[in-house]
Design a protein around this ligand. Structure first.
Ligand code: SOE
Length: 387
């Protein structure tokens, strides 16, 4: 490993923590063509920032993202801020010639995404959206099996992303529930992930019909004890309007003729971060549950009648049998949420060194945003919408 890439990370709460761990672990476990230095961590609150730098292992701190982006020592900008600042930071970073890894959703609107794609292509940087779930070994294995034709022609993609953290009407009006900062609610935050997996596993969407709902329309304004990651806190006495969806769902068709059914909700009591996916084809089916993320279920219709049933594949075989896992532990020593970020960052760094695209690119982020906006349009107009 001759070269070391220096990283500037903007934003350091929930995703910043996950990414910091991945920047540290990736060169230790994954085959990588460069080393990584956690050069500068950036945020607005100097005290919290200093604490984060120490606990997450960053060398320098800065409260000015523009200075980080302009710093000639830095090679990569990693964006973990709330959604309303993704576009501005990413475009400035691309113009400064830095490679950019950006959290999802890529931006607030299709127009912003287009500007980000243009800036990235104009400056010939390597760009990636952090849809980390693509790099769950079981999901990468599903992709491999679909490409090998084991499912035949795909008929159905069903996916549900369910959480329950805002069911309590007393939960405060955090930034994630404010359209001006987050763009949308469950839709852009978690439906974006299952849209990305649909595009990865099945293909491009053709047309959709959607609905969205906000169950709790007013919430207490957040008091100063709130958690800056927008996932917790306490409300005061004053109330404010919730300006995003609590759930979104849509049916539709892919360009290859398959049908889809997706739902994202923050109102499924008991479901903390539950992603379920089922794909049915002419030769077989696959089924995945994030709460059992080391397993993939496969139904092979070509098995003899007396032996048919879902096979439970424990996706932990090394030696290249299952994607990514050979870099970790012996068979059966399972992986978790944090590993998905390590795999993402390893692939990103190798692409930066090779100067080649790495999916999901900003173009993928743009195509994802087109689907998100189509669902919003469909829900508002009560009409089917072409993508
Ligand atoms: C909050 O809903 C959240 O942290 C998302 O922002 C992440 O993308 C998801 O992986 C877990 O839930």
């Amino acid at each position: 490993m001759s070269k070391t890439l220096k990283v500037g990370m903007i934003g350091y709460r929930f995703m910043g923590k996950a990414h910091s761990n991945a920047w540290r672990q990736a060169p230790r476990f994954m085959p990588m063509d460069a080393g990584v230095e956690l050069h500068t961590i950036c945020g607005r609150n100097p005290d919290a920032l200093a604490e984060a730098a120490t606990s997450l292992g960053w060398k320098n701190t800065s409260t000015d993202w523009r200075a980080v982006v302009e710093n000639p020592e830095i090679d990569i900008i990693d964006i973990n801020t709330p959604n309303d600042s993704h576009a501005e930071i990413a475009i400035a970073a691309a113009n400064a010639g830095k490679h950019v890894l950006c959290e999802k959703p890529l931006a607030m609107t299709v127009e912003q995404c287009q500007e980000m794609v243009e800036a990235a292509n104009r400056n010939r940087i390597v760009h990636m959206v952090c849809h980390n779930y693509r790099r769950i070994p079981a999901i990468a294995q599903a992709k491999k099996m679909i490409e090998e034709g084991l499912l035949g022609n795909i008929y159905h993609y069903y996916a549900r992303y369910a959480q329950d953290w805002i069911v309590d009407p007393e939960f405060p009006l955090v930034w994630r529930l404010t359209k001006g900062v987050s763009g949308s609610g469950a839709h852009g935050d978690i439906c974006a992930h299952i849209i990305d997996l649909a595009r990865y596993l099945v293909g491009e969407f053709d047309e959709i019909c959607g609905m969205m709902n906000t169950f709790i329309k007013q919430r207490p304004l957040e008091d100063s004890s709130g958690k800056a990651d927008g996932l917790g806190g306490k409300g005061g006495r004053e109330m404010g309007e919730v300006t995003v969806d609590d759930m979104s769902s849509f049916i539709g068709k892919f360009k290859n003729g398959a049908a889809c059914n997706l739902e994202a909700t923050r109102f499924a009591l008991g479901r903390k971060n539950h992603i379920t996916i089922e794909i049915n084809g002419s030769k077989g089916s696959l089924s995945f549950d994030f709460e059992d993320m080391n397993r993939l279920k496969f139904f092979n219709n070509e098995e003899p009648d007396d032996r048919q049933g879902f096979t439970d594949i424990l996706v932990t075989q090394p030696g290249g049998a299952h994607p990514y896992v050979g870099n970790w532990w012996p068979p059966g020593h399972i992986l978790g949420y944090e590993h998905t970020f390590v795999h993402t960052i390893a692939d990103f760094v190798n692409a930066c060194i090779a100067g080649t695209p790495v999916q999901p690119t900003f173009e993928d982020g743009l195509n994802n945003q087109k689907v998100l906006e189509a669902v919003e349009k469909s829900a508002a107009s009560r009409q089917w919408v072409k993508i």
